[in-house]
Structure formats: C-alpha cells, structure tokens
Design a protein around this ligand. Structure first.
Ligand SMILES: Nc1ncnc2c1ncn2[C@@H]1O[C@H](COP(=O)(O)OP(=O)(O)OP(=O)(O)O)[C@@H](O)[C@H]1O
Ligand SMILES: [Mg+2]
Length: 236
C-alpha cells in the first residue's frame, strides 16, 4: 500500500472541470514529481491533496484511509503540508514568525523544528528577525518550505518551488529537497522546470489538460516521450 494515493480524483471550479480522474501513488520515502505545462491542472491536483479545493472522500487515501475533502487546517494535521505556488508568506511577519506558524499543523514530531530548519537553510537564522518581504526570492522560498516542514508532515507537497528563481538558486532549492528526502520526508512536487523535476524525482507523472499522459522513472523516459506527453506533440 502506498503512503498517499489518489483514485480517479476530479477537481471542479463550479461547472469547469480542471482534473479528470487522475490516479497517482506515492510510496513512503519517495520523491515524486508532476510535470506539465501552464493550466495542466498541477496546482488544482496539489490543492485538492492539501484540502484547499474539494474532492470526494475516497478520491484521496493516506495510509489507506480516505482523507479526500478534509479541510486544509485538518489535512495538515493528518500529515499533508503544502508549499503553495507563489510562496504565500505572511508579509507582516518576520521570518521566524512565518516558520512558527507552520508548527500549528504539527501533531507528531518527525524531527523538524526551528533548529533543524536553520540547519537546512542557515541564512534564515541570520534573517530570523527580519520581515519576510525583505528577503530575496530564493530565501523567501526557503521560508515557505521551512514553514511547511514545521508541521512535521508525512508528505511535503511543493508547488513550483523554482518559480521566478535564477538557475543557480533553483539548484540550491533542489539540493534542499534532496536533503529533506534524505531525512525521511516523502515529497510530492509540481514543476514546470523539467530538469529540476527530472533531477529530483524517483518517479514522474506528466499531466496535460487535467489527465495523466505519461508516468515512469526519469531514466526510463525519452526526451521525445516527455515532449509529447507535455505538449501533445513530438519532434518526429
Ligand atoms: N480558482 C479557479 N477558478 C476557475 N478555474 C480555475 C481556478 N484555478 C485554476 N483554474 C483553471 O483550472 C485549470 C488548471 O489550472 P491549474 O492552476 O491547476 O494549472 P497548473 O498546471 O497549476 O498551471 P500553472 O503551471 O500555470 O501553475 C486551468 O484551466 C485554470 O484556468
Ligand atoms: Mg500551478
């Protein structure tokens, strides 16, 4: 049994359907990446897992138990924490206050606390008392990741953590993802940066127009397969 599974999950915004019956499974300890173009449904899918967009109870199972439709504040207590698209830090709070808010979702100690976050991201310790808005984009992304980790989740969901960052900073952020996985946290991430996603993930799913078009291990997939699954076309 996988740690986290979706079963024919659908996401609607009123009459508009963004996700059409997707099955994804994530094993404990794995890093799984979802790739896909703008509007493919990646955030809609991740937000459903985080309890931000509604889904049916059986559409999501965590440790085999149905958790779909659980509100976000309870989902994090069940062990699913989200690093949201665009970071969504609290601008009127300091770095440390932003991190401490994440601990509200903690129900079990899996080893993540302020000291461990500062070990993972040393610059945040230096900036702890600064307002989060005074930080660079990469540092703000570190705060957003740290805040989610402070909940001590079973599964960390990351929505486009490379967005708007320079390539060298993206490398640093993904080095941290490797470290987070090495410390035993399961990661499900969404990415448009293909090389970042393929470099970090044990397995990849490609979404297009709300459906899975390809799945496999990065080393098994060809560039042409990925291009076809991503854009619906190929070089050939
Ligand atoms: N709140 C909303 N209300 C209505 N439609 C929405 C809403 N959020 C997303 N959509 C639509 O759902 C579809 C999937 O959007 P979603 O944001 O999940 O895609 P995405 O893969 O995350 O894209 P991106 O890479 O641009 O973040 C799109 O057609 C989008 O316009
Ligand atoms: Mg998105």
């Amino acid at each position: 049994m996988a740690l986290l599974e979706t079963h024919e999950i659908e996401v609607f915004y009123g009459d508009f359907q963004a996700v059409f019956g997707i099955d994804v499974s994530v094993e404990e300890g794995e890093t799984v990446a979802i790739i896909g173009a703008n509007g493919a449904g990646k955030s809609s899918f991740l937000n459903a897992l985080a309890g931000i967009t509604p889904s049916k109870p059986d559409a999501i199972t965590l440790d085999g138990k149905p958790v779909g439709g659980t509100p976000a504040y309870e989902m994090v207590k069940k062990g699913i924490a989200l690093v949201p698209e665009g970071r969504k830090l609290y601008p009127s709070l300091t770095v440390e206050e932003n991190l401490l808010i994440g601990a509200d979702g903690k129900t079990v100690d899996r080893g993540w606390n302020l000291d461990e976050i500062y070990r993972l991201f040393p610059i945040l310790k230096e900036r702890a008392k600064q307002m989060s808005t005074t930080l660079s984009g990469g540092q703000q992304q570190q705060v957003s990741i740290g805040r989610a980790l402070m909940a001590n989740p079973k599964v960390l969901l990351c929505d486009e953590i490379s967005l708007g960052l320079a390539p060298t900073i993206v490398k640093d952020v993904y080095a941290a993802v490797k470290e987070i996985q090495a410390r035993g946290t399961t990661v499900l991430l969404v990415e448009q940066d293909l090389s970042a996603a393929l470099g970090a993930a044990d397995r990849v799913y490609c979404f297009m127009e709300g459906r899975v078009t390809l799945t496999g291990r990065p080393d098994e997939l060809t560039k042409d397969q990925i291009q076809h699954a991503y854009f619906g076309m190929s070089d050939a």
